[in-house]
Design a protein. Structure first.
Length: 131
């Protein structure tokens, strides 16, 4: 699941067991252009991720009574998106919540393609390690 919370900033649910090798294997890429493209997609997704769960526990748990309040106040998410995010997190216990600057990787085109309408569901299934 990917939620935008500011200009070119996102929250992502990603399986904690995801590695580049698993990502590439799930895409079915063997070599050549497809391997290069999916490798860049993985790098774009994981570039400069910050674990929001750890960030909340370490720095904000004393200030906000719950993760939901933290997401509402700190990231200005609407209630319905927080509910969706918490439900998705509950249904996928191996997934952790991360935040990222969408342009941190430097290859703007691959980031746009990764989360385009065509690729979104496929990429989400892979990064959450759904069957």
């Amino acid at each position: 699941m990917k939620l935008g919370y500011d200009f070119y900033k996102s929250l992502l649910l990603i399986n904690k067991n995801l590695t580049k090798e698993i990502f590439i294997e799930r895409t079915g890429a063997k070599d050549g252009y497809s391997l290069n493209m999916f490798s860049r997609m993985y790098d774009s997704i994981t570039s400069e991720l910050i674990n929001v769960d750890k960030e909340y526990e370490k720095y904000y748990s004393f200030e906000y009574e719950s993760m939901e309040h933290f997401l509402y106040r700190k990231y200005n998410l609407k209630g319905k998106y927080i509910v969706e995010l918490m439900e998705a997190s509950k249904n996928n216990p191996n997934c952790l919540l991360y935040r990222k600057d969408d342009n941190s990787y430097g290859d703007y085109g691959i980031a746009q393609f990764t989360f385009s309408d065509t690729m979104y569901d496929r990429v989400m299934d892979i990064i959450m390690l759904k069957n």
